[in-house]
Write a new protein. Structure first.
Length: 266
């Protein structure tokens, strides 16, 4: 029996979504451009097929506060509001996101390169202690192959990042410290966007799991994210591909929160 073009497209989409369960239509169209061209399927027809087969992804947003900025430690100024990011390992953004549930909470500490959107360090813990953020930072420093003298570390004003232990590692490596000036998540747009991708597209917080197993799921998801997921701001290169060069200009676009005049970098 002859397989229709629509059935072939659905099969192609489902194959991609085995490893990236909720990757969006625009990125799917880019990833499948060659086989779609052979099928003579354009962008509009592609989205019609997705819609007809209930394969469009509707993003869901959730926000949990993980920042405790009421503490005695020094808070640093925001150094990247008007800063031009032109290469990898120029600005790292750090954040902590909630991925558990009330009965079994987990917290993911992330270090992401602002230029390439590559996650360069991460750790999952069952608490919000400083140790988890320290582990993520140490992993990022271990993997890095550049001079850190020009590197800026950007984060919120949470206790974990302001703590003496965390600041000592930054100072020891001559890394400049930058922090958001209020609790608005748009001020750390890169970190918030990466959090959303991991939760919405990779379902890292969907299942009720113990922390060790959740770590394995997060490890696998981040590996797929870095290796396979194209980014709009990377000219549809993956984070790893973008991280291995420094000639392309990073794309930016305004966030929906226009009154803040903040630019999102992913």
């Amino acid at each position: 029996m002859r397989i229709s073009k629509a059935q072939q497209v659905v099969a192609l989409v489902k194959e991609k979504r085995i490893m990236q369960p909720k990757i969006g239509g625009k990125k799917l169209y880019f990833m499948l451009k060659e086989p779609l061209k052979l099928l003579n399927i354009g962008r509009d027809k592609f989205f019609d097929i997705l819609r007809a087969n209930h394969l469009l992804i509707i993003p869901k947003r959730s926000y949990h506060v993980t920042t405790n900025s009421h503490h005695r430690f020094r808070k640093h100024k925001n150094m990247i509001l008007d800063y031009q990011i032109t290469k990898p390992n120029q600005v790292w953004v750090a954040d902590i996101t909630y991925i558990g549930n009330r009965a079994n909470p987990s917290y993911l500490s992330l270090i992401t390169d602002a230029y390439s959107k590559k996650i360069v360090g991460h750790h999952v813990a069952d608490n919000l202690n400083t140790e988890s953020s320290l582990i993520a930072l140490k992993k990022a420093l271990k993997n890095k192959k550049v001079n850190v003298e020009s590197l800026i570390h950007h984060s919120d004003r949470g206790l974990q990042y302001c703590s003496n232990e965390y600041q000592k590692i930054l100072e020891r490596n001559d890394i400049k410290c930058s922090m958001t000036q209020n609790s608005d998540p748009y001020e750390n747009a890169v970190a918030e966007r990466i959090n959303g991708i991991l939760k919405q597209e990779f379902d890292i917080d969907k299942y009720d799991l113990k922390t060790p197993l959740r770590r394995k799921i997060v490890d696998e998801s981040i590996e797929i994210y870095n290796e396979l997921r194209p980014h709009f701001s990377n000219h549809y290169l993956t984070p790893n591909q973008m991280h291995q060069q420094q000639t392309l200009q990073m794309k930016t676009y305004k966030t929906k929160n226009q009154s803040k005049n903040v630019v999102a970098l992913v």
